[in-house]
Design a protein around this ligand. Structure first.
Ligand code: NAP
Length: 545
């Protein structure tokens, strides 16, 4: 995959880290501001999460028509999705299409992993270095590093002794992988594993699914997109766009639980189950805040699992029982539960027989060894903070981000961190991020940051930095919002529970009206940010020399 890189630009206005949907649009907007840019990505090309997650069955869980940029009418007109939920190759092709159309690739050095970003207080600039020895000075550092970009390394004894092939869903090879006739072990039953198990089982000799915690999954009911689907989409598009702008798109609809009779509740669950997709969580207005409403929605899914899975013991083991439905990311599948009716699929219930070790020939649980030729780890990611904390980021006074976030991430609006001037995070912790349509949230952050940088230019402001008190107030608001919901009741990656030792802090903002809050902050001349006027350029040159 190694490729020639364009020469690195050593002095720029902005460094953009990440060439996923956030980073690509960021480059486009910065160019419109006339800024010079150096982008970096560890990947060999654009696409971010869709570059890496190439596992069998990988597809979006947001309808493709909505998982699309809205900033380019040309792209909207030119691109046509083939399915309701696009598969990974098509989403990657979409990212490449946009990058080509707007000539965005040349802003990036690929296969170049940023290793540090250090703020120079005198020069008022960031120095960014990479694993290729690059060194770039920039006034702004914009992190479009993604929320699920650092795969969680499995931590099982004996892993290195395994003589077969191993894969992680989040770092899938670019070469085709065939499981035809092979014995495969899949570890994990989150979204990635659930999608891949269903697909791998179609050709594998045998699939052993090693499940520690059962998850809720709803059918996608994926289908080709027809002309009439597109027509209906365009008809409702103005209203949808308005909802996106107001920040109300995707907010649970439906009536509150108690306003419906038991029959009406059931009819509602059935209706959304039949429509398919994560919209199931919108069945009731209070599904994610009222435990009784949540139990009813969860019971309905458990009933469906019992109906679909023929072996009652397997069905029982697949029933999620340790978290409210939706408090962990709901999985969206294409025949997952039915896969357990196949003769070539075995569910290994790790609650009864925990994994003791990976052996040269397979996976050994407390009860027996399962010989496999390949192991697929669908063991997740160090979510939301992993990509940032993996770098050495030093802000004001040499203070590191790791120190600043020792007790969990703290940001102002998920956009900036006190002590880290001119440093922005796209869909960072403290913003709706992973609990929203990521592509729309990337767009909103990029628009906000670009407008902010334009405003700084127009107003002669050189440095912008979150005010520590404004940040504290925002962190409190994020926590208060989460505490009103059922989210904190699950040991999810939203709360860092999947990473041993990670502080338990609910990271996304779920309080609503986020866009209007951000817009209002901007309208009030960036309330809650400290702004420092430009010094004259001679002083700056002297400082840099
Ligand atoms: P995940 O949801 O964190 O799931 C990881 C799985 O691995 C869990 O079942 C976990 O079990 C298991 N696991 C971890 N360590 C283990 C161990 N030592 N032994 C046995 N099992 C172990 O990760 P993911 O499936 O990659 O999904 C992450 C997120 O990516 C999703 O929630 C979603 O937001 C996103 N995603 C989206 C799509 C889509 O758009 N359709 C597809 C894939 C992923 P425990 O629960 O017991 O820890």
């Amino acid at each position: 995959m190694s490729q020639d890189r364009a020469p690195i630009v050593a002095e720029v206005d902005a460094v953009v880290v990440g060439a996923g949907f956030g980073g690509l649009y960021m480059v486009h907007r910065l160019r419109k501001l006339g800024m010079s840019i150096q982008g970096f990505d560890a990947a060999g090309g654009v696409g971010g999460t869709w570059y890496w997650n190439r596992y069998p069955g990988a597809r979006c869980d947001i309808p493709s028509l909505f998982y699309s940029y809205t900033w380019s009418p040309e792209v909207q007109q030119a691109w046509r999705w083939s399915e309701k939920y696009a598969a990974q190759p098509e989403i990657l092709a979409y990212a490449e299409f946009v990058a080509e159309k707007y000539d965005l690739k040349r802003a990036f050095a690929f296969e170049s992993k940023v290793s540090s970003a250090v703020w120079d207080e005198v020069a008022r600039r960031w120095t960014v270095t990479t694993d290729r020895g690059d060194r770039v000075n920039a006034r702004f550092c914009i992190m479009a590093t993604g929320c699920l970009s650092v795969p969680r390394a499995p931590d099982l004894p004996g892993q290195d002794s395994f003589e077969g092939e191993t894969f992680h869903t989040g770092r899938w090879p670019h070469e085709p992988v065939s499981f035809e006739g092979r014995r495969v072990g899949v570890i994990g039953t989150g979204s990635s594993a659930i999608q891949s198990i269903t697909e791998i089982a179609k050709t594998a000799g045998h699939v052993f699914v090693f499940q520690r915690t059962p998850n809720f999954s709803v059918p996608a009911r994926n289908a080709p997109l027809r002309d009439e689907d597109y027509s209906a989409f365009w008809e409702q598009y103005p209203a949808y766009r308005q909802m996106v702008l107001e920040g109300t798109a995707g907010i649970a609809g439906g009536s509150p639980f108690r306003s419906l009779t038991a029959e009406q509740q059931r009819a509602r669950f059935e209706e959304l189950w039949n429509i398919g997709g994560a919209g199931y969580l919108g069945a009731l207005a209070d599904l994610l805040t009222n435990p009784v409403a949540n139990d009813a929605a969860a019971d309905f899914v458990r009933e469906k699992i019992r109906e679909i899975v023929k072996d009652p013991e397997v069905a029982e083991a697949l029933l999620p029982d340790d978290h409210p439905i939706g408090a962990k990311r709901i999985c969206v599948d294409t025949g997952y539960y039915d896969t357990f009716n196949r003769d070539n699929v075995t569910l290994v219930n790790l609650r009864k027989e925990p994994i003791e070790a990976i052996t040269p020939a397979g996976v050994r649980t407390r009860d027996q060894e399962y010989p496999v030729e390949a192991i697929v780890f669908g063991t997740g990611f160090d979510a939301m903070t992993g990509a940032l904390l993996n770098l050495d980021i030093l802000g004001r006074g040499g203070f590191t981000l790791a120190e600043a976030w020792r007790e969990g991430p703290r940001t102002y609006l998920g956009l900036q961190i006190a002590g880290f001037p001119n440093f922005f995070t796209i869909t960072g912790p403290g913003s709706p991020s992973v609990l929203s349509n990521m592509i729309s949230s990337c767009e909103q952050h990029v628009d906000w940051i670009s407008d902010c940088l334009g405003w700084l230019q127009d107003n002669g402001v050189e440095v912008i930095e979150a005010d520590p008190q404004a940040q504290e107030d925002w962190v409190e608001k994020v926590n208060e919002a989460a505490d009103k919901t059922l989210f904190p009741r699950a040991n999810s990656w939203y709360i860092g529970a999947n990473i041993p030792g990670k502080p338990r802090v609910f990271m996304p903002y779920v309080g609503g009206h986020y866009r209007s809050i951000c817009n209002q902050v901007a309208a009030e001349s960036y309330r809650g940010f400290r702004l420092s006027k430009s010094r004259d350029s001679a002083t700056q040159r002297a400082a840099r020399a």
